[in-house]
Design a protein around this ligand. Structure first.
Ligand code: PRP
Length: 209
């Protein structure tokens, strides 16, 4: 069996649709009422489980899952030892520095600014290693757009997909950090030990992408 960890939510739904196109049908995943955590398609030799996105790289690194599907944002933030084998092309969005238009100038001068984010590793790497700018990073767990509105931070580093959250709160994209999309990752040992199952599986996915 191949075990696949999926990031709960939209990426899991898109991945399930992709698996269906490969003939691997797991209808129970779509059932909103189910409390089941692991789903199996015996004929295809596939186990699938759903987890919090930030836990997917952990399950794959430790070999509890052979394969994972998760956003590039999570991979960069978690920085685990994994093989990234495919860009699945869905879940496209951008990691951006955002803020009030009048605060754009704060990014230009050398005064230390405060940056709120759910992604401290990505934010730190961007400001310290790419922009050579010293900033104070404040870790938040959600609704990051609030931070500049209530004076917690000067700017935020966050995911922008449609841009509507920013727009509705009077914020703009000030700088783009990195483009994002869903990625398929593989455990390094599984890649060798289960090569005969995993390689054809990846090939099958590639063919329907
Ligand atoms: C994400 C992200 C932005 C929003 C961007 O938040 O952190 O807030 O989506 O999407 P948009 O550009 O289409 O408006 P999420 O919905 O995951 O909630 P959270 O901020 O509470 O984590």
């Amino acid at each position: 069996m191949i075990t696949i960890a999926l990031a709960k939510g939209r990426l899991a739904r898109e991945t399930n649709a992709l698996l269906s196109r490969c003939g691997i049908i797991i209808p129970e995943i779509e059932d909103k009422d189910t409390r089941k955590l692991i789903f199996t398609n015996r004929e295809a030799g596939i186990n699938v489980f759903l987890s919090k996105p930030s836990d997917v790289p952990t399950y794959v690194e430790y070999g509890a899952a052979d394969i994972g599907v998760v956003g590039r944002d999570t991979l960069l933030e978690e920085n685990r030892d994994l093989y990234e084998v495919l860009d699945l092309g869905f879940g496209k969005c951008r990691m951006c520095v955002c803020g009030r238009p009048e605060d754009a100038v704060k990014l230009k001068n050398s005064r230390q600014i405060r940056v709120a984010t759910k992604y401290p590793v990505i934010a730190k790497d961007y400001f310290h290693n790419r922009k050579f700018q010293t900033v104070e990073i404040i870790k938040l767990n959600g609704s990051v757009e609030l931070a500049p509105l209530v004076g917690l931070a000067d700017v935020i580093v966050d995911i922008v997909e449609t841009g509507s959250t920013l727009h509705e709160n009077g914020l703009d994209v000030l700088e783009t950090v990195i483009p994002l999309s869903a990625r398929m990752v593989v455990n390094q040992v599984s890649m060798k030990m289960k090569e005969r199952e995993i390689k054809p599986f990846i090939k099958q996915i590639k063919a329907v992408l």
